[in-house]
Design a protein around this ligand. Structure first.
Ligand SMILES: [Zn+2]
Length: 316
């Protein structure tokens, strides 16, 4: 429909009596919801039981707009739908999902997203983290070719947490100085030249942590580029991986033009700028924000692609 046609329709709608408007409102809500449920069902391939993997299943009515199935295995006999076992299971108001995903796509703060989609703040919060659950966990399993790695730091924050456990609340003044190392959360970012990105929130900045995360993902034929930190050197030596150390003290930021860590550093800078708009991110949710940022950089830029990933479907 063209813009002119749409505004003509809007004009016509405004003249309708109250009851007809209410009827259309219900109709549209149903239509939007069924568009979402059709998308969910078309994208997910329900061929076996989501509880016991038995392939003998039967249709068992509909619930919340989704086809329900029942497992024929008498030991199990449970019912399920296309979202059972995914992070989106049990979430309601499917008519608002795409609109909400659009808010995430536009990086809207929680309050604004809640307002726009007309849901309460708690729902907006729950949805954000449910939609990010699968994309956060599924990152690339291998980085190859020229691989750049670097650490970055975020100020520890208890935002979104009711009680502070295992640690005294930060004191004001010098003791609670935000620049203190122990108040910072370290994150390792690894990026290859194909644009594959991995991120890891570290429990502590240590040789063991860095190496433990690098080992499974760095291809044995890769050339690792890093700063002068010794843990990269030890890792590369141990795993027999070619290593280029960019030691800024010696002004060796680039070795032979190709070997540098500018791509990963640019990524970190985009990440920091983007995360800055949220006015502090709770440490417990940092990984989800990293996953969210990764979506912008590594997935197809569409709400459909984001919903697919949230359902745990990874076509790549
Ligand atoms: Zn079953």
């Amino acid at each position: 429909m063209t813009k002119t046609e749409l505004s003509a329709l809007e004009k016509q709608l405004s003249t309708l009596p109250h009851m007809q408007k209410a009827h259309l409102l219900n109709l549209l809500t149903e239509l939007i919801e069924s568009q979402t449920t059709s998308f969910i069902e078309n994208e997910s391939d329900v061929t076996c039981c989501r509880h016991c993997s038995c392939s003998s299943i039967k249709k068992w009515g509909k619930s919340a707009g989704l086809q329900r199935y029942k497992c024929k295995n008498i030991e199990c006999a449970k019912t399920f739908n296309a979202l059972t076992g995914t992070a989106l299971s049990g979430l309601r108001q499917k008519d608002k999902w795409f609109e909400y995903l659009q808010c995430m796509f536009d990086s809207l703060p929680l309050r604004k997203a809640a307002q726009k989609v007309n849901i309460d703040l708690t729902t907006a919060f729950r949805w954000r983290h449910r939609f990010l659950n699968a994309p956060t966990k599924t990152q690339t399993k291998k980085v190859s070719g020229i691989v750049e790695a670097d650490e970055t730091f975020f100020t520890e924050s208890f935002k979104g947490k009711r009680t502070i456990e295992n640690r005294k609340p930060r004191k004001r003044g010098a003791e609670g100085n935000a620049t203190k190392k122990e108040d910072k959360i370290s994150v390792l970012i690894v990026r290859d030249r194909n644009g594959q990105v991995c991120d890891f929130v570290l429990n502590e900045l240590s040789k063991e942590q860095i190496q433990g995360h690098l080992k499974p993902i760095v291809d044995s034929d890769a050339v690792l580029c890093s700063d002068g930190a010794s843990w990269y050197k030890t890792f590369a030596k141990k795993e027999n991986i070619e290593h280029k150390r960019l030691i800024t003290l010696d002004k060796q930021r680039v070795i032979g033009k190709a070997f540098h860590i500018q791509n990963v550093n640019n990524y970190i800078s985009r990440l920091k700028t983007w995360i800055g708009r949220f006015n502090g991110v709770g440490t417990d949710y940092l990984a989800n924000y990293l996953g969210w940022r990764r979506l912008f950089e590594t997935s197809e830029p569409s709400t459909c692609a984001w919903l697919r990933l949230a359902m745990g479907i990874n076509n790549s």
